[in-house]
Structures are given as structure tokens and as C-alpha cells.
Design a protein around this ligand. Sequence first.
Ligand code: 5GP
Length: 207
Amino acid sequence: MTREGILLVVSGPSGVGKGTLCAALRKEILDIEYSVSATTRSPRPGEVHGRDYFFYTRAEFESMVKKGELLEWAVVYNQLYGTPKEYVESVLEEGKDIILEIDIQGARQIKQSYPKGVFVFVAPPSLEELHKRLVQRGTDSTEEIQRRLSLAQEELQRALEYDYLVPNEDLEQAVLNLKSILLAERCRVERIKDKITGFSKRRRSSG
Ligand code: 5GP
């Protein structure tokens, strides 16, 4: 009997380094899947449809919402973002783990529908550092950066709703923390109950 798949939700303010952190985790833990989100925002240079996001028009996105094809969705910085349901469900059914890199509104929806998920909040060392990272990333206008920073202040208050907080000051340490969380969750008795039950039955019958 395989163990149940883990739905690992990673949230945190824009620019905190969630993407880098999740990519680094996936390099170390090969048997974890990644949920590619749907969005109405335009691709950034280098982003590929189907790998980084599924880039859709608003009409296409709204049709997915209507048909119930999204596990959660939210308006983030005036654009729509959502998690395609079918892929996540099939991965979990196969007993595999999957990472969802989504905002706090989406994380809340998942917590309602799937409380067994593991919720991790990635926090910046400070708002000043976050500002610096957003500027360095060079993908957003000054206006957009200001919008993302003011939202970040609100988001930081929500960290209390999560199971774990990973400060992203030093990337290596943050990856180690995230990896440790996943590995520990994989050992939770609650998730491997069936294996234990099977083991004790075998022992009884052989002894
Ligand atoms: P970005 O435009 O910088 O790629 O992402 C902006 C924000 O949208 C980030 O906080 C990111 O985590 C969030 N986001 C990405 N995909 C999803 C999704 O499928 N659902 C939700 N709710 N948020 C998402």
C-alpha cells in the first residue's frame, strides 16, 4: 500500500524567492510533481506556456472557472491565477506529492477543501530586502513593485494561518528547511497508517 500523496502549498509575498526555492527543492527531491498554474497575465521574457504557466485570455480563464476546472483561483495584482484541478487530483491519487506555489487567497481556499495539505509561508528577511529583490528581478514596473510591496505588508500578517514559516534569508538554509518539512511530513503516522497496519498483520500471521 503506497502512502497518501502530499499537497504542499507554498505561499509568500512576491519577490520573496518562492520560485527559486521550489525549483531548488525539486532538484533535490526528484519524486515531487509541480502544479503549473493558469493565469491571464502576459508571459515574462523566457517564460514558456505549459512550463511556467498556462497563459490564457480572460475569457478562456473564466470558462475554466465556470466549468469547475480549477481547484482554487484568485485575483492577484489585477490578474487571474488558478490551479488546474485534474492534474493535482491525479497526482495525489497516484500517491505522489505535489507543490503548489500560490498566493494566500488560494492557499485559504485549498485549506477549506483539502485540510490535509501542508501549508508553508516563505517570509523575507525584511520589507527593505523584499523591495531590493523586486527591483533586482527587473520584471516589474516601479508602480507594480509598490503595489506588490504594500500587499506584502498585509500578507505577512497572514503567516499565522500556515503550518510552517520558512525565512528566506539564506537560500541554502531555506531549501534545507523546506526539504525537512516535506521529509518529516512523509513520515507522519497519519499518512502511513495503512503501511503500519499491514506490517502488524503480517507479523501476527508469521509469528
Ligand atoms: P507572478 O505573476 O509573480 O508569477 O505571481 C504573482 C502571484 O500569484 C504570486 O504570489 C504567486 O504565488 C501567485 N500565484 C501563482 N499561481 C497561482 C495560482 O494558481 N493560484 C493563486 N491563487 N495564486 C497564484
